[in-house]
Design a protein around this ligand. Structure first.
Ligand SMILES: [Fe+2]
Ligand SMILES: [Fe+2]
Length: 196
């Protein structure tokens, strides 16, 4: 029996990841990521990357973009692989953030059809951890040792797209680690310019 498109896509995503990250990421972490949905989760319920594997495609694009911004602008990091680590894992919080829900037919009375919602994603309310950048840091910190710069970049990658109370924290993070700003920039380029 031949492989399904999903299996082929999954295998090619794992291959892409391994090719780019294997010098820094041991097999045990790749296996953990694989078992916990990193290569199959979507990046959102209905916006960018709302399809199987969307999270990985977005993460890979951010890693690549941050790597290119680093080269083009002479950015200096605490360790050279940081742009790949930060880009690849900034949205690790999304690995378990969504559930796949089957299509649902909504009827009015006995027979009149309103809407077939189709298979779709919904927010998973039953996660162990909540949050976004902070959750990504928590997930990643249990897998590998991070520099403080990587922690700041992942924690504040949403830039000012956060609660107003966090704006001064974000500004302080940018002053301490200017690569926080570049991380946000790479995330925006991937999702809003390249649409990945
Ligand atoms: Fe994010
Ligand atoms: Fe992102």
């Amino acid at each position: 029996m031949g492989e399904t498109t999903c299996q082929v896509n999954y295998a090619s995503r794992v291959f892409q990841f391994t090719k780019r990250m294997s010098p820094f990421i041991p097999n045990e972490i790749t296996n953990y990521l694989s078992e916990h949905g990193f290569f199959t989760a979507p990046a959102s319920t209905k916006y960018h990357g709302s399809y199987e594997g969307g999270l990985f495609d977005h993460s890979f694009e951010v890693a690549q973009t941050l790597w290119e911004l680093t080269k083009a602008n002479g950015l200096v990091w605490e360790r050279p692989e940081s742009p790949l680590i930060v880009g690849m894992f900034h949205d690790l919080c999304k690995m378990d953030a969504y559930t796949v829900e089957p299509g649902q037919t909504i009827r009015n009375g006995d027979a009149e059809l309103f809407l077939d919602t189709g298979t779709h994603y919904e927010y998973n309310k039953n996660t162990l951890l909540k949050g976004h950048g902070d959750k990504s840091v928590m997930k990643l910190a249990s897998l590998m040792k991070l520099t403080e710069e990587e922690v700041a970049c992942i924690r504040y990658h949403m830039g000012a797209f956060t609660d107003r109370e966090e704006w001064s924290d974000y500004t302080r993070a940018v002053h301490t680690y200017p690569n926080v700003l570049w991380t946000h920039h790479a995330d925006m380029i991937a999702s809003h310019v390249k649409g990945v």
